[in-house]
Ligand binder design. Structure first.
Ligand code: 87F
Length: 461
C-alpha cells in the first residue's frame, strides 16, 4: 500500500492504497453533490497575517504549521504557510462572495492534501505529516440549516466506515475540551481498535457557529434588508480512514479488504498440474474474469508464469483480496471453479454457470461478516462503569469505557492528569447520540457530582 520516504511522516501511497481512496471518494463525492456541494480548489499557501486571524483557531495548532521561507537561495519577503486546513484560506473570499441572502447557502468542497508537522510518532495512514482529505465548508443564513447539515454529513461518514470499510463507529458529540476550538460544537464518528485498546476519531463534522463570520466579516443582507451574520460548518475525513480499516480487519496473513473497497475483489489463478491442458485452463480463467468484469465485479487474472499457484495464493492473501478463484484440470472437467474466501478461509466448488450469482452472494456475505465480526469484537470491549476504581481497572484492561459524567471541563482535565503515563492519558472520545438510560441520582465517576450524560472514555490515537 505504501512505500517509506526519506522525510519522516511522509509516505508514498501506491495504487493499492490510492484505489481504495478513489472508491471512497467516488461514493462520498456523489453523495455530497446530491446535497448541492460544489467542487472548488483553493491554493496550498496562506499568508501569516490571514492564518493568524482567528486566534482561538490557530492557538495550540501553531507548532504544527509548516512554512516556506525561501525561493532558491533568497529569503521570501514574508514566510508563507502551507495549509493545515483551509478555513483561513477560504473565508476571506466567502466574505467577498456573499452579499445577499440570495448568495446563500454557499456549499464548497475540496479534495486536497494538507500538511501538519506532527512530532509524536508518525504512522502510515494514522498519523502522517501530509495527508489527503476532503474538506467541506458551508455557509447558511440560519443555525437550523447548519445544524441539519452537520448530521447529514456525519451520517455519510458513518456510511463510509460501516458500509464501505466495514468498521463499526459511534456517532456523537465532542466535549468542550476535545471540540475544534474555533467552532461552536463538534460531532464525530469514533472507532475503536481492540488490540491496542485505543479509540480513534474517524471523521469530524463541525458547526462553526458565527465565530469565523465575525473574524472574517462574513455577513449578508436578509429578506428584510438587514445585515446578518452567517452560520458556518466545516467537515472532513482523511486517508486515516484507510488505516482504521487496516487495523480493524488485518490478520496474521496480512490485509483483509472489505469487498466494497477492494481494488480487486476476485483474483483468478490458473492451477496447471503437470501434463494438464494449460491453454484450456488459461482460457477458462480468462473467460471467468471476462464474465465477472462484464457483471461489474472487479476481477483480475494472475497469469504470471514465474510464480507457483501457492506463492500467488499467499501474495493475494497478504494483499487482502476477498475471493480467490482456482481453476485446475479437475475444475475444467467438471465445469466448475473453486472459490476461497479471504475472511474465513472456507472453500466451495461452484458450477461455472452460477459464477456471477455465487460471487455476488459471497462478496456480500464477506462485507456483512467483516462488519459483524468487527462489531462483536468492539462491543465485547465496551464496559459501563460507575466508580473511579472501575474506570482505572477498565482502562488498564484496554476497554472502551462508557461512564456517567458531569460534563465539566475541569473534571476532564483532572482525569487526564490522573491517568497520565507511558501509554498516554485517558480522555473523552465522544458523548454518543445513542444514550443508555441515566437513572436520576447517578453520579459522575470522577467527581461524584450529578451525572449529565454517558460518555465514551479511553486512550486514543
Ligand atoms: C493544525 C495546524 C493548524 C487541526 C491544525 O476538522 C490548524 C489546525 O485548525 C486546525 N489541526 N485544525 C482543526 C481543523 C478543523 C476543521 N477544518 C476543516 C476540521 C474539518 C475540516
Amino acid at each position: 500500500m505504501i512505500e517509506y520516504y526519506d522525510i519522516s511522516g511522509c509516505y508514498i501511497l501506491r495504487p493499492w492504497a490510492m484505489e481504495i481512496w478513489e472508491l471512497l471518494k467516488e461514493f462520498f463525492d456523489a453523495e455530497i453533490k446530491k446535497l448541492k456541494l460544489k467542487p472548488y480548489y483553493f491554493p496550498l499557501f496562506v499568508t501569516e497575517n490571514v492564518l493568524q486571524k482567528e486566534k482561538d483557531h490557530i492557538e495550540g495548532f501553531a507548532p504544527e504549521v509548516a512554512w516556506v521561507t525561501k525561493s532558491g537561495k533568497s529569503d521570501l519577503e514574508a514566510p508563507i504557510a502551507i495549509r493545515p486546513t483551509s478555513e483561513t484560506v477560504m473565508y476571506p473570499y466567502f466574505s467577498k462572495w456573499i452579499r445577499s441572502h440570495r448568495d446563500l447557502p454557499l456549499k464548497c468542497n475540496q479534495w486536497c492534501n494538507v500538511v501538519r508537522w506532527e512530532f509524536s510518532n508518525p504512522t502510515p495512514f494514522i498519523r502522517s505529516r501530509e495527508f489527503l482529505w476532503q474538506e467541506g465548508h458551508t455557509v447558511f443564513a440560519t443555525k437550523e440549516e447548519a445544524d441539519e447539515e452537520v448530521l447529514q454529513i456525519l451520517e455519510l461518514y458513518r456510511r463510509i466506515y460501516e458500509e464501505f470499510l466495514a468498521v463499526p463507529v459511534s456517532k456523537g458529540r465532542k466535549s468542550e475540551m476535545e471540540k475544534f476550538a474555533g467552532g461552536l460544537y463538534t460531532t464525530s464518528v469514533e472507532a475503536f481498535i481492540p488490540n491496542t485498546g485505543r479509540g480513534i476519531q474517524g471523521a469530524t463534522s463541525h458547526c462553526l457557529g458565527q465565530n469565523f463570520a465575525k473574524m472574517f466579516d462574513i455577513t449578508f443582507e436578509n429578506e428584510k434588508g438587514e445585515r446578518s451574520m452567517v452560520w458556518q460548518n466545516s467537515w472532513a475525513y482523511t486517508t486515516r480512514s484507510i488505516g482504521v480499516m487496516i487495523m480493524t480487519h488485518g490478520d496474521d496473513k496480512g490485509l483483509v479488504l472489505p469487498p466494497k473497497v477492494a481494488p480487486i475483489q476476485v483474483i483468478v489463478i490458473p492451477v496447471p498440474f503437470k501434463d494438464a491442458d494449460t491453454t484450456a485452463i488459461k482460457g477458462a480463467c480468462e473467460s471467468a474474469v471476462y464474465t465477472l468484469n462484464e457483471a461489474g465485479i472487479r476481477a483480475d487474472l494472475d497469469a504470471r508464469e514465474n510464480y507457483s499457484p501457492g506463492w500467488k495464493y499467499s501474495q493475494w492473501e497478504m494483499k487482502g483480496v476477498p475471493l480467490r478463484i482456482e481453476i485446475g484440470p479437475k475444475d475444467l472437467a467438471n465445469k466448475q471453479v473453486r472459490i476461497v474466501r479471504r475472511d474465513n478461509g472456507t472453500k466451495v466448488d461452484i458450477p461455472s454457470t452460477d459464477l456471477v450469482e455465487q460471487v455476488r452472494v459471497l462478496l456480500d456475505g464477506i462485507q456483512a461478516n467483516l462488519l459483524e465480526t468487527a462489531k462483536a469484537k468492539r462491543d465485547a470491549c465496551i464496559v459501563s462503569i460507575s466508580t473511579w476504581d472501575e474506570f482505572i481497572a477498565a482502562l488498564n484492561d484496554k476497554k472502551l469505557i462508557l461512564a456517567p459524567w458531569c460534563d465539566e471541563e475541569e473534571v476532564e482535565k483532572d482525569v487526564k492528569a490522573r491517568t497520565k503515563g507511558e501509554l498516554g492519558a485517558a480522555k473523552t472520545l465522544c458523548t454518543p447520540f445513542d444514550q443508555p438510560d441515566l437513572p436520576s441520582g447517578t453520579v459522575c465517576f470522577a467527581s461524584g457530582k450529578p451525572a449529565q450524560k454517558w460518555s465514551f472514555w479511553g486512550r486514543s490515537y
